[in-house]
Design a protein around this ligand. Structure first.
Ligand SMILES: NC(=O)c1ccc[n+]([C@@H]2O[C@H](COP(=O)([O-])OP(=O)(O)OC[C@H]3O[C@@H](n4cnc5c(N)ncnc54)[C@H](O)[C@@H]3O)[C@@H](O)[C@H]2O)c1
Length: 327
């Protein structure tokens, strides 16, 4: 039986953890990645097809040959500040290239799709925890690019019966507890690896953007979700699609927020190293609090986070930073 699942962006941070989990569950993952931000060490050479989603003919050729059961679409450009400076690049890579992929899928009769969406679709929420039916009001081109795709998916479903699950991740963090995979973005813009780089002596301090928010300690609050719990949600979503579920949208977070200062304090406890901070002014477009309601995926797919507490998230990320095996 063909058990192939195509994972775009599978050499990246989240995609590589999804690929490992797919393998563990008996699927045959195949990675489609241009390695613009992904890493060869994060995947097996025989599972990689090097290619760019801008090349629709190539994508179609691969889909026709491999006939995957589904496509998990993790590829994309992810730096919010860059998206503000270069919106055209973000709309090309995150929207047009996704449409290329969807058209190639339809041409090859591949009709199950899992999409890496983001909490950025909500912008500045007026309700926390944020439910999936909260209005979508992104405040940067990155978030807008995810909204474009989500809106289009509905019409692909109506016209072509393409079924999809859109997963709106909150702040992905942590690393493979076996130490094979972890976060290695370049440039790194995510708080936890930046804090741990300070603990490891690779950076002099952590920048805190804004200490005058209306939160208990004045710093922004975010919902951190372990990358393994995210990977599990993809497996459950895949199972649901293969069992014929209708299209869905799910938030993925732990329903618990931590302020920047709380993350710094917890990282100090986990690493035993001091973590100097530098306080700066607020960044444009940073909502004070982003916390997910993930009740829907728990209820409908039985998803349950296993690495939910911040200490475990930091311990696995620290383990990776200190002694991760980059093959
Ligand atoms: N990391 C997070 O906290 C987070 C939160 C919300 C949503 N997301 C979404 O999850 C997805 C994965 O994020 P990540 O942190 O793993 O990012 P990442 O940069 O580590 O991985 C993205 C991968 O996509 C590949 N890629 C980019 N453009 C491509 C193209 N045109 N053709 C082929 N491959 C291409 C890159 O080489 C990279 O391997 C992204 O879509 C991102 O928007 C991430």
């Amino acid at each position: 039986m063909n058990n192939c699942v195509l994972v775009t962006g599978g050499a990246g941070y989240i995609g590589s953890h999804v690929v490992k989990e797919l393998r563990r569950q008996g699927y045959q993952p195949l990675v489609y990645d241009n390695l613009s931000a992904g890493h060869r060490w994060a995947i097996r050479e025989d599972e990689l097809i090097e290619g760019d989603l801008g090349n629709k003919r190539h994508v179609e050729e691969i889909l026709r040959k491999e006939k995957p059961l589904a496509v998990i679409h993790c590829a994309g450009s992810i730096v919010v500040s860059e998206s503000v400076e270069r919106p055209e690049f973000y709309f090309r890579n995150n929207v047009i290239n996704t449409f290329n992929l969807l058209e190639a899928m339809l041409a090859c009769d591949v009709k199950s799709f899992i999409f890496s969406s983001s909490a950025a679709v909500y912008g500045k929420p007026h309700q926390v925890p944020i439910p999936e039916d909260h209005p979508l009001s992104p405040v940067n081109p990155y978030g807008e690019s995810k909204v474009f795709v989500e809106k289009a998916l509905r019409w692909y479903e109506e016209a072509h019966s393409l079924r999809y699950i859109s997963l709106r991740y909150f702040n992905a963090a942590g690393a493979d507890p076996e130490g094979e995979l972890g976060e290695a973005h370049n440039p790194e813009t995510h708080l936890i690896p930046l804090i741990l780089a300070v603990a490891a002596g690779k950076r002099p301090f952590v920048e805190i953007y804004g200490t005058d928010y209306d939160t208990p300690d004045g710093t922004c609050i975010r919902d951190y979700i372990h990358v393994i719990d995210l990977a599990q949600a993809h497996i459950l979503s895949l199972g649901a699609l293969l069992n014929g579920t209708t299209s869905r949208v799910y938030n993925l977070g732990n329903q618990r927020g931590f302020s920047v200062r709380e993350v710094v304090d917890c990282a100090h406890m986990v690493t035993g190293h001091s973590i100097p901070v530098r306080e700066s002014s607020r960044r444009q477009g940073d909502p004070p609090v982003l916390v997910a309601s993930s009740e829907r995926i728990k209820k409908e797919l039985g998803w349950k986070p296993h690495y939910g507490d911040l200490k475990t998230i930091l311990e696995t990320a620290w383990g990776w930073m200190k002694e991760g095996k980059r093959r």
